[in-house]
Design a protein around this ligand. Sequence first.
Ligand SMILES: *Cc1c(COP(=O)(O)O)cnc(C)c1O
Length: 232
Amino acid sequence: MDLQRMSDAVEQIRGQIADAAKQSGRRAEDVLLCAVCKTQPSDIVLASAGLPIDLFGENRMQELVSHQQEGAFGGKPCHFIGHLQTNKVRRVVGQVEMIQSVNSPRLLEAISREARRQDIVQDILMEVNIGEEATKTGASEEEVFPLIDLALASEGIRLRGLMAIPPAFDNSDQSRGYFAAMRRLLESARKHAGGDAVLDTLSMGMTDSYIAAILEGSTLVRIGRAIYGERL
Ligand SMILES: *Cc1c(COP(=O)(O)O)cnc(C)c1O
């Protein structure tokens, strides 16, 4: 692995994030850069921890555990961003700063139960299937509000916002409509939740779409390939 190439890539992404944030009336630091290190060996993950990324994203419990055991995050925070089975919740709750991929009442209840057992509060996002795709696991738009109510009523859980993986297009402009829909949904969620909840996080945008996502209000982009190269 070429550390210089990775370092240049992160610097370039940082520049793009700053430009897009500015264009959307925000500051560069209003958008967090999450490095999605799936399939990467721990030495590469640790090397990337020294670059100006804000946090890591893991989508598999096993890989989260091994990266953690090998100290690969170098002290940076980690979010869980993948499909989480209820029987694996114990290995993830309390091990990550945020679980971004909460998509069902069953999962929410399992996380709440485990957080209470550990006597902690787990930050979460609701994953929304904004493109209503049959192959994706997020909650549908109709399911989101009941889920938000359940999250707000659940002990051991702090709801921080929404996450989405919109349909992929060759041209990221085509994704913008979905990103805009997510921003509107977060605004409605804030109204719905009332004053007590701080819904400050909108996690959207990946390698092929992060600029469009930021222009529509993303506060956290999850980037894998643009940092680490194509996955094998
Ligand atoms: C892999 C993955 C990403 C990053 O995708 P890239 O196209 O490599 O940037 C972002 N979010 C989730 C949930 C992922 O699984």
